[in-house]
Design a protein around this ligand. Structure first.
Ligand SMILES: *[C@@H]1O[C@H](CO)[C@@H](O)[C@H](O)[C@H]1NC(C)=O
Ligand SMILES: *[C@@H]1O[C@H](CO)[C@@H](O)[C@H](O)[C@H]1NC(C)=O
Ligand SMILES: *[C@@H]1O[C@H](CO)[C@@H](O)[C@H](O)[C@H]1NC(C)=O
Ligand SMILES: *[C@@H]1O[C@H](CO)[C@@H](O)[C@H](O)[C@H]1NC(C)=O
Ligand SMILES: *[C@@H]1O[C@H](CO)[C@@H](O)[C@H](O)[C@H]1NC(C)=O
Ligand SMILES: *[C@@H]1O[C@H](CO)[C@@H](O)[C@H](O)[C@H]1NC(C)=O
Ligand SMILES: *[C@@H]1O[C@H](CO)[C@@H](O)[C@H](O)[C@H]1NC(C)=O
Ligand SMILES: *[C@@H]1O[C@H](CO)[C@@H](O)[C@H](O)[C@H]1NC(C)=O
Ligand SMILES: *[C@@H]1O[C@H](CO)[C@@H](O)[C@H](O)[C@H]1NC(C)=O
Ligand SMILES: *[C@@H]1O[C@H](CO)[C@@H](O)[C@H](O)[C@H]1NC(C)=O
Ligand SMILES: [Cu+2]
Length: 804
């Protein structure tokens, strides 16, 4: 592993800490207002899990993408050329990140600018030039009293004397790609909190036997909430900061250990001597000044509780006696032949059983899928996660202030190496990813896995008195895991023989708990002084379906109870049900919640291409799991206009080149004035035979209980939406697969066993292939954490660091 000289230190963001930065200078810049990780990703090569033995089990076959992947990230050379070009622009007044202080302008991000659909489609359809390539850049202007981020467009690429630099504004409905930063001086702020802590050191020692001094040796931590509170009228920037004890073991229990003692600060402006304390909170009581808090503490009636003590209850290794047989090898899936899918490493293009698609990878979102075709026809132009929110609530200010918009931290940089044989089957094919980060390029090996899998139940079967048939439910899975501080999000796209695509997110990891004090209305009491702390997870996805072209409509199909008198019912009303087929014709009606009792389904159809029965072919969108969620809170005080995508389950809008994404990653810096306000996408436009984009939400309402200790489990915290054909094929495409058996029989006699030419897996399999050698595992740690005291190196697992 090649790594640069690194140092680490916990820095706060959102009451959680971030381990940031490749140099102490970076760390200065690393809080609200500075961007934790700036990165760009691209999917690199496969590294197949080789095996020996009589069964062949090589790497995925080399597919050849029919076209270039125009969604692929910038190459290292392109990113380097753009970085150099930016440094040559005097008006940017840039300082190299390696030398920058919080008062220098720096490059945060250099990424591919996603091509306009209007330019991409002609190329993908084979009747247009390849779109010219452009880069975007995020520059952090800090050599000013009012620091901000600004987006730029650089191109065309490759960099030449034709390449220009312009402000990038068209994708941002605020009008400008510009975002104020209200806390650029993160290190000074932590020092301010150390000064505040010193003023109550006697109390902290009595309560917690520790104080906070902004040093790596601290066993008590404090940092600001995410997001900051910004008062539009006065311009005041304030935040609550809660003390957390440090974990004492290897386990990442920081988010379970809370003290309940919080202080509100005013951090307006860039002059630390003007910052101030606005009050204290403990156990239901608010104290206006430090003096009030101090006199209450010493007046003899102050009651305090020991904060949670780290211990076995937060450890994740097995405990208790081994269950019967649990230490013998469990069933394991193997791949007895070469992978049955193809990968074009160069273009990150994947083909499997009639499906084909390109992968893209960005800092903000991690992997996304483009140009998904089935049997040669485009079904989906774009499919990918846009944003993930975790919105907390509580009777105290610490928890009430917490609302994470995790693309701020970035899903790309937090997608680490998957654990072969555990996160994905040992036979999976892996892709590496890479990303740009403040003038450096990092790679994470084996961070996306691709594998075929047997669902464990047949996809179709029937038996009668003379035959039985049953078809295996083999499907292709593309998976990655991003660990955002305390939580691990497992993202998955699965492709099935019925032509459907399942989009899934699962959550595990440590909950962000609260101190248990007068908050029984906000969760369960789950340990000595720990409240489970209710929160909602809402993850927004973009789904741009194109059914036989881009001109599509949104059909609603509702099953409704009815009372009908039929000509044959002898005048007797019959209580029954029927279907109500309607179209949602305007963006005025396109904010949708799943109907009670799942009574309504929604489909993108093409009215101009009816099938031979006159029905409109399409693909429907429906939840598979009971749990998909929109935000419970109405008009969130924390997130304001930044989450207008979280109020419903499903949205439909007209596609626009000016609306490529539902969010801007850094909107949580000023939630009242998001650079992209999804609410503005709705302007009453027609949804009748137009290019329609769906945005849907996955997620769950999470009221953690003792079963979330030590960790939330994926099997419970999961959410899936299926995108499935509706009248698209004249019959189910599952008949394309020969992985079925038909047994014809007559009473007791088997007459015929039909296997349709499928080869049996009769080779001998070397079971050692199911045991991955994990001694070279490089996944490890996070670039930044939202919780304090991460013991390890923030760059562990990042390879191939090159200075650009
Ligand atoms: C950082 O500053 C030093 C001293 O001025 C200079 O030699 C070096 O080139 C700078 N580094 C970068 C990456 O610009
Ligand atoms: C350029 O940035 C430096 C800090 O890196 C700052 O001192 C200087 O004032 C800036 N110049 C202009 C013209 O803004
Ligand atoms: C740009 O570069 C090309 C080839 O490198 C050259 O022919 C052309 O004259 C240059 N144009 C300008 C305006 O410098
Ligand atoms: C913290 O206190 C020290 C000593 O009083 C002072 O010099 C420093 O400016 C203070 N820092 C902040 C950020 O308040
Ligand atoms: C307080 O912390 C110190 C170490 O900082 C430790 O030695 C001591 O035992 C602790 N006291 C109590 C009462 O926990
Ligand atoms: C002590 O402080 C509490 C909380 O502020 C207050 O209610 C109480 O009156 C105080 N008691 C005395 C004796 O000052
Ligand atoms: C059918 O659905 C439409 C649109 O939701 C609604 O206006 C209409 O009343 C429904 N018809 C019946 C019979 O329920
Ligand atoms: C949301 O809440 C704010 C503050 O209470 C209020 O000013 C605003 O009008 C509310 N907006 C909506 C759409 O209800
Ligand atoms: C993409 O489309 C927008 C809106 O039409 C346009 O302003 C912009 O120039 C296009 N971008 C590129 C790179 O062509
Ligand atoms: C696992 O890989 C390491 C490093 O390549 C090697 O030293 C070790 O022998 C391997 N272990 C096994 C059991 O193959
Ligand atoms: Cu949760």
């Amino acid at each position: 592993m090649k790594m640069k000289g690194l140092s680490l230190g916990p820095l706060a963001i959102g009451g959680f800490s971030i381990i940031a930065a490749a140099s102490p200078t970076y760390m200065k810049n690393f809080m609200h207002g500075t961007l934790p990780v700036a990165l760009k990703g691209s999917v690199l090569q496969t590294s197949g899990q080789n095996s020996t033995g009589s069964c062949s089990s090589g790497t995925a076959s080399t597919a050849k993408a029919p076209l270039q992947n125009i969604f692929a990230a910038l190459t290292a050379d392109e990113a380097a050329a753009v970085t150099k070009f930016l440094h040559q622009q005097p008006e940017l007044n840039l300082t190299a990140n390696a030398n920058a202080t919080s008062w220098d302008n720096v490059i945060v991000l250099v990424e591919l600018l996603q091509p306009n659909k209007s330019d991409a489609l002609p190329y993908l359809n084979g009747d247009g030039e390849i779109p010219r390539r452009y880069s975007s850049a995020t520059i952090q202007f800090q050599a000013t009293e009012e620091p901000y981020l600004q987006e730029y467009i650089i191109g065309p690429l490759p960099v030449s004397n034709e390449t220009t630099l312009e402000s990038l504004n068209y994708p941002f409905n605020k009008g400008v790609g510009k975002q104020r930063i209200f806390n650029a001086d993160a290190e000074a702020y932590q020092q301010f909190l150390a000064n505040v802590s010193a003023s109550v050191e006697d109390i902290l020692i009595e309560m917690f036997n520790a104080t906070y001094s902004n040093s790596l040796e601290d066993t008590l931590f404090i940092g600001p909430s995410d997001p900051l509170w910004i008062d539009d009228d006065t311009g005041a920037v304030t935040t609550w900061n809660e003390y957390n004890p440090a974990p004492t073991d290897i386990f990442n229990t920081g988010s379970l250990l809370r003290t309940g003692l919080a202080v509100r600060t005013d951090l307006t402006g860039r002059n630390p001597s003007k910052w101030s304390v606005l009050g204290w909170y403990y156990n239901g009581e608010f104290y206006k000044t430090t003096e009030d808090f101090r006199s209450a503490f010493y007046n003899g009636t102050f009651e305090f509780f020991k904060p949670g003590v780290d211990g076995d209850w937060g450890a994740t290794s097995p405990s208790g006696p081994v269950l019967p047989h649990d230490d013998t090898p469990p069933p394991v899936s193997v791949q007895p032949a070469d992978p049955r899918f193809g990968v074009d490493n160069e273009e990150t293009y994947i083909e499997w059983m009639g499906f084909s698609f390109f992968l893209g990878f960005t800092r903000d979102t991690g992997m996304r899928l483009f140009d998904i075709k089935y049997n040669g026809e485009r079904i989906v132009y774009e499919l990918g996660m846009q944003e993930a929110m975790a919105h907390y609530a509580g009777s105290g200010p610490g928890q009430s202030s917490l609302s994470f918009l995790d693309s701020y931290y970035g899903f790309g940089p937090n997608a680490f190496e998957l654990v072969n044989g555990y996160d994905c089957p040992a036979y999976a094919t892996y892709l590496d990813t890479s990303f740009y980060w403040r003038e450096e390029r990092h790679s994470h090996k084996n961070s996306i896995c691709i594998f075929e899998h047997d669902a464990g139940y047949p996809i179709a079967r029937h038996s009668a008195n003379n035959y039985v048939y049953t078809t295996k439910n083999i499907h292709l899975v593309v998976r990655s895991v991003s660990t955002l501080g305390n939580y691990d999000y497992l993202f998955e796209y699965a492709f099935f023989h019925d032509g459907s695509i399942h989009v899934t997110v699962r959550a595990s990891g440590y909950i962000a708990a609260a101190f248990w004090a007068k908050n029984e209305d906000y969760g369960f009491h789950i340990h000595d002084t720990v409240s489970g702390s209710m929160h909602d997870h809402v993850l927004n996805y973009k789904l741009d379906l194109d059914i036989h072209g881009t001109k599509n409509s949104l059909m609603k199909l509702e099953v409704i109870p009815t009372t009908e008198i039929y000509p044959w019912s002898a005048g007797v009303p019959r209580n029954t049900m029927k279907v109500n087929k309607t179209f949602i014709e305007s963006e005025d009606d396109s904010k949708i919640n799943w109907a009670p009792n799942n009574a309504a389904t929604y489909a993108i159809v093409n009215k101009d291409t009816p099938n031979k029965w006159g029905e409109y072919p399409g693909y429907k969108i429906a939840p598979v799991t009971a749990s998909t969620a929109h935000l419970t809170i109405v008009n969130s005080t924390n997130l304001k206009n930044s989450i207008n995508w979280a109020s419903h389950h499903l949205y439909a809008v007209q596609q626009k080149d000016t609306e490529p994404r539902s969010v801007y990653a850094f909107s949580s810096l000023d939630t009242a004035h998001p650079v992209v306000d999804f609410g503005k996408f709705f302007d009453g436009e027609s949804l009748v035979q137009e290019d329609i984009v769906i945005y849907f939400n996955l997620g769950m309402h999470h009221v953690p209980d003792t079963q979330d200790l030590p960790n939330t489990v994926f099997s419970h915290a999961q959410s899936t939406v299926a995108i499935s054909p509706q009248n698209y094929y004249l019959q189910n495409p599952v008949r394309q697969t020969v992985q079925q058996i038909e047994i014809d029989y007559d009473l007791d006699t088997v007459l015929n066993i039909k296997k349709f030419g499928v080869q049996d897996a009769v080779c001998s399999y070397d079971m050692s292939n199911t045991i991955a050698n994990l001694s070279n595992y490089e996944g490890g740690d996070l670039i930044m954490r939202k919780w304090p005291y991460d013991p390890s190196n923030p760059f562990f697992g990042m390879t191939e660091v090159e200075t650009i």
